[in-house]
Write a protein that binds this ligand. Structure first.
Ligand code: DP6
Length: 402
């Protein structure tokens, strides 16, 4: 090996998307391997609006594995990070011993430095662990020359992360095996399948950080009879119906199942003992608003879904976006001196009919919603080719901007 090889860095940067479930994952049958009690299905959101970017570098000169998240060094010994690192290294070793590829030996024997950032504020309360672990596993796999089915690895970082390994419409098949090898994500349709589908993330102002999903679902599994009923008797049929609705681009079926499944998930949270409240007053107003809007048109034009927090995610079709955004602005008037209320894909302003405003008939609530992110379905993880976008410098430490 040449003298200076000790300083040589191998560096790869990738980005990965956020996903929002329409059939929710809630509850594990195995905490360590992260195996769920039911299958789930999500839409991968476009990375132009929401993504995690991760750089992984490896070098002979690195003393230990290290990780920086959103500008701060974090503890690399966290069990979930360790699971992902261990699994990728194991797969790389296996490929090398199988003689399958010219696996970069450096990546195997050397320590790694990992640096990761989100292009959306962490304070927005959007689940960032899915994009984060998907990006970590995807980038590590590129550095270490691992190919093939990787959702089983990102699943061990965070359950929902396995669905961020693909674009478009993605199911996480719960699997049956004890070792989790059959608990993996599969693309149902690519993002190009339903171009009219639009997504609006309504970022709700919240004072407190709610109970995290990991501990929340643990208490639900221990105490909620409704959750068991949901997993055994409701979700299997809903998965079939949802896949069918996606295949046929049947918005009414898609929207109704999405809302019912979000409501049932939050009902299992109420059935948890002690109960968990993720929805707040603003969330409940958004639910009412959507139902009144749909009732006015006698058509399901808009759907809501909520994860482990008060933010609403709205699914609708392109032709309804302008009016619905105006409805949100009218009933949740933004702060006049605040920043930009609408971020992401542009939405033209429009005027609402008096009839529609009256049909909704709610008292406007000032500042209930901080801002809206307008987006759509998008592709899975990708390699960022431009070396200037690496988050680590040639010294293997985060650049100023990272
Ligand atoms: C409500 O994937 O964050 O968003 O596996 O413990 O990391 P862990 O949980 P996580 O749970 C996500 C729960 C949810 C529903 C969903 O995304 O399906």
């Amino acid at each position: 090996m040449p003298e200076d090889s000790g300083k040589k860095l191998t560096m790869v940067t990738c980005s990965a998307p956020v996903n929002i479930a329409v059939i929710k994952y809630w509850g594990k049958r195995d905490e360590e391997l992260i195996l769920p009690i039911n299958s789930s299905l999500s839409v991968t959101l476009h990375q132009d609006q929401l993504k995690t970017t991760t750089t992984v570098a490896c070098s002979r000169s690195f003393q230990e594995d290290r990780i920086w998240l959103n500008g701060k060094e974090e503890d690399i010994t966290q069990p979930r990070l360790q699971s992902c690192l261990r699994e990728i290294r194991r797969l790389a070793r296996k490929r090398r011993s199988d003689g399958e590829a010219d696996v970069d030996a450096a990546g195997l024997s050397h320590k790694v430095h990992i640096c990761s950032v989100n292009n959306f504020p962490t304070a927005a309360g959007l689940a960032s662990s899915a994009a984060g672990y998907a990006c970590l596993v995807y980038t590590l796999s590129r550095v270490m020359g691992v190919e093939g089915e990787l959702s089983v690895v990102s699943r061990q970082g965070s359950g929902s992360a396995c669905r961020s390994m693909y674009g478009g419409f993605v199911q996480w098949i719960m699997g049956q095996q004890g070792d989790g090898k059959d608990s993996l994500a599969q693309q149902v349709e690519p993002e190009t399948h339903w171009p009219e589908l639009r997504v609006l993330v309504l970022v709700v102002s919240a004072e407190r950080k709610p109970v995290g999903s990991t501990s929340g679902m643990q208490t639900s599994v221990e105490t909620s009879i409704l959750l068991k009923h949901r997993a055994d008797s409701v979700v299997p049929a809903r998965m079939k119906e949802m896949i069918e609705a996606v295949h046929k681009r049947d918005f009414t079926a898609f929207a109704e199942l999405t809302m019912k499944d979000s409501n049932q998930f939050h009902a299992t949270c109420l059935d948890t003992y002690p109960p968990i409240f993720y929805l707040n007053d603003v969330s409940r107003r958004v639910i009412n608003l959507v139902h009144r809007y749909n009732r006015h048109y006698r058509e399901t034009k808009v759907a809501y879904t909520f994860d482990a927090g008060p933010n609403a995610v709205i699914y609708t079709l392109q032709q309804n976006v302008e009016e619905f955004v105006q409805v949100v602005k009218h009933f949740f008037p933004p702060e006049t001196n605040g920043g930009q209320f609408l971020k992401g894909l542009p939405v033209a302003p429009t005027t609402l009919s008096e009839e529609l405003k009256q049909a909704i008939g709610m008292e406007p609530m000032v500042k209930g919603i901080c801002y809206i992110i307008s987006t759509k379905a998008g592709p899975g993880p990708r390699v960022v080719e431009d070396p200037s976008e690496h988050l680590l410098g040639s010294d293997g430490l985060p650049k100023e901007s990272a």
